[in-house]
Write a protein that binds this ligand. Sequence first.
Ligand code: FES
Length: 318
Amino acid sequence: MIDVMVISRRDEALDICSFELARADRSPLPAFSAGAHIEVQVPGESGLLRQYSLCNHPAEQHRYLIGVLDDPASRGGSSAMHQLLRAGMALRISEPRNLFPLAEHARRSLLFAGGIGITPILCMAEQLASSGADFELHYCVRARDRAAFVERLHASSFADRVFLHSDQEPGTALDALSVLAGPQPDVHLYVCGPGGFMQHVLDSARQQGWQEANLHREYFAAAPVDTSADGSFCVRIASSGQEFEIPADQTVVQVLERHGVEIAVSCEQGVCGTCLTGVLDGVPEHRDLYLTEEEQALNNQFTPCCSRAKTAMLVLDL
Ligand code: FES
């Protein structure tokens, strides 16, 4: 983890704050690329980690900038950030990690942001603009007062390639099918935002014949899963032969941790892939958003922070 300070805090839109982070001695932070996120140890919530995309220019190393939505439907970390975090406070963060990188050698990029999903997309736009790449950015919000970083977008060198779509202004609605018409092998799509928005953009792209390899996405959170029919199952640790029962109301990670088998976790909801574990036998019931459908179908790995089993036993490559 890296010790940083909150250099400034700024209201960017209704319920959205940005926090500028730097080392206390202002020495350089680890470099990052567009689409990267950091984990933040949430103040006042011992050990709670939350992931936030970096939204400053990726050439900057003197600071990191994150945007945080105070979402009442969230799991709590972001509300604590809003309530407790002030300029001058110390904070612990991870090094940047990028699960949402720009594709190399794309001729053109189409960027789609929904709400707070603007954070990684903004960073991508900065990087693409710096390298002279061809792109356009579609930013969809419920209302203008919920659109963060609008001043920065308007003042940017790429302002003429930014299209703001507000639900409250029907004339500005995003026509995804027409924007996504005529896919090309060297044109890539990036989308980040609420699940329904992402689904709409990705479904529109597929309807227009886009290849899966050209569709890039980052989820902030998994949609709630109906767990009412969950049952128990067993896991076996291949290296030791130990077997553990996973009750309906606990995850594999929780049970193994209690028995001293540590699996590194981060998001704990199948988004980040940190806990990815090999499966040597048995069939997982995948509940993650990290693996592609093709990868899930191989059934040779799963995310034990949230995924379960379709068979009575899973043998884990641990
Ligand atoms: Fe993020 Fe399991 S901890 S996918």
